[in-house]
Design a protein around this ligand. Structure first.
Ligand SMILES: C[S@@+](CC[C@H](N)C(=O)[O-])C[C@H]1O[C@@H](n2cnc3c(N)ncnc32)[C@H](O)[C@@H]1O
Length: 231
């Protein structure tokens, strides 16, 4: 199988996630030492969802990142372009609506959602600015955004340790759990090359998001950025 590269060709990326879909949730739990559940709850808190509101979870994969929104009483829409991930999600989470779609051309009308979010997906899209602008387009004026993504610890020693973990430990840890360990080599590579907290905040502002801020999780190895669509 062709391994996805930092070129992030959509068909390579979708194929890679199709291949790991069945074991994705379990591998993820192992690699984040179970932390991902807490992070997902923090995303739901940041979005301040009210019952009956409509929320889009983009690059939702199997819907593990979407589930807390449905549990909070929102109408939760999970969108992704990997049919393998969507199939696993649809099988496991009937309370979530799964939609096939590309982040670069979302299949939704303007201002359709009260809140939008993307977890561990933005660094996989080929064109970050377009994805952020698409998210803004489908959000109501005043609507909320949350982006959960790997990042870079501000403290130098921790940054080095994190680079060792993602670059060397994570791909080895994933080996026994994942159906395609090479995918985890790509995920580690893309995490190393990804924007830091400030750079992502700038990208959000440039895409039209206001009130941008972030909080570091796990010493900054992960960051939760938030914003609002002006108006
Ligand atoms: C690491 S998974 C994250 C899944 C989920 N959000 C989570 O937190 O577990 C990244 C997801 O992004 C999706 N993805 C990447 N590029 C995409 C694009 N252009 N449009 C839609 N989905 C995309 C992949 O198919 C994959 O399911």
């Amino acid at each position: 199988m062709t391994r996805a590269t930092l070129e992030k060709r959509p068909d390579d990326i979708a194929r890679m996630f199709d291949a790991v879909a069945e074991r994705y949730d379990r591998t993820n739990a192992v690699m984040t030492f179970g932390q991902e559940r807490r992070w997902r709850r923090l995303v739901a808190d940041a979005l301040q969802l009210q019952a009956g509101e409509t929320v889009l979870d983009l690059a939702a994969g199997t819907g593990a990142s979407t589930l807390p929104f449905a549990q909070a009483g929102a109408r939760a829409v999970a969108c992704d372009f990997s049919l393998g991930m969507l199939t696993v999600g649809h099988r496991n989470h009937r309370e979530v609506t799964f939609v096939a779609g590309d982040a670069l051309k979302l299949p939704f009308r303007d201002e359709a959602f009260d809140a939008v979010t993307i977890s561990f997906g933005l660094r996989n899209v080929a064109d970050v600015a377009t994805a952020l602008a698409e998210l803004a387009r489908v959000t109501k004026p005043g609507g909320r955004l949350a982006v959960l993504e790997t990042s870079h610890p501000p403290v130098k020693t921790l940054r080095r340790l994190n680079a060792i973990y993602t670059g060397h430990v994570m791909p080895v840890l994933a080996r026994p759990f994942s159906s395609d360990p090479s995918a985890y080599a790509y995920l580690a590579e893309s995490a190393g090359a990804w924007l830091d907290q400030d750079q992502l905040a700038t990208a959000l502002r440039q895409a039209g998001w206001g009130t941008v801020g972030w909080r570091n999780l796990l010493f900054g190895a992960v960051a939760l950025h938030t914003g609002r669509r002006p108006g």
